[in-house]
Ligand binder design. Sequence first.
Ligand SMILES: [Fe+2]
Length: 380
Amino acid sequence: MTSTTGEALNLEKVIPNAEDFLPLNGTDYVELYVGNAKQAAHYYKTAFGFQSVAFSGLETGNKDQVSYVLQQDKIRLVLTSPLTPDSPINEHIVKHGDGVKVVALWVDDATKSWEETTKRGAKSYMKPQRMEDDHGHIIRSGIHTYGETVHIFIERKNYDGPFMPGFRKWESDYNPAPTGLRYVDHMVGNVGWGEMNKWVEFYARVMGFAQLMSFDDKDISTEYTALMSKVMSNGNGRIKFPINEPAEGKKKSQIEEYIDFYHDSGVQHIAVATNNIIETVIDLRNRGVEFLRVPDIYYDTVLDRVGEIDEELEPLKELGILIDRDDEGYLLQIFTKPVVDRPTMFFEIIQRKGAKSFGKGNFKALFEAIEREQESRGTL
Ligand SMILES: [Fe+2]
């Protein structure tokens, strides 16, 4: 089996407690429902360096909705807007603002994926369906997860078109260079008060995932705000879903703020990996991407906490890149400000140097930075 970039896939099981009934090859795509897909596509090309891949809309005979498919290495984004007032996509946008509707998972057998998950209690979103064109066929199926978010299983082994039937190649004269983003490292879901364990249990029972780690309000709290989080992973470690719920603090937590503005549970952030976070972040910043900043004082003591690192500290400090270490190595990470108007969805840029964790040591410094942003929005 080969990946979209032609590398051999290593699907070896690395998470011992995970079950094998739902083999996942990786994230196939992330679809956002947005108010204006054409302008959103321009933003993701210009600011993040995604490339034009495929298009569906009036020109392809699709009179209901328009979708732009963009890709950077293994990260595929689909941006979809309704074309008519009666499209159900409108309701999603009215309620949530722009946000993630679909976390699509790449599988070898979409029919079996649907059968195995629905028989374990998942609510069906889409029965297995075959779609074909001159490039072959795909099979897709889907289930509901938290909020109005869904997982679609995509089987594309018999398809060699640009994306899937119904789409045509998107040829554009405007092609900003990529910024070094490589693959989706993890995607975080924010769920409501007291719902974390319900969704942790969902990923364990319905999808065979195992829990990697957990954080509680003692790990993740500042003077004002707190949250709890558990990280779920599939067997080969390619799909990692941390699930957050708010915890009681003196003031409103960022998770609560998210739920208030998204009006539901939903995807909070998409973490994307790079091999060189310094170059990537310089590039993104020059293209207008805005990042959260921790106070400079963070850098006075960070090396005492994380030990020696390969990078010079000065550029990390200059850019506001955070550092954390676990038993297996260290990681570098930084978080964008929300990329939509509501204080909901954002991106994380991450470079792993052995560490398999998620930056727990940075949470406090980070949340204090987020609180300053909340303060300025009047939502703390
Ligand atoms: Fe993250």
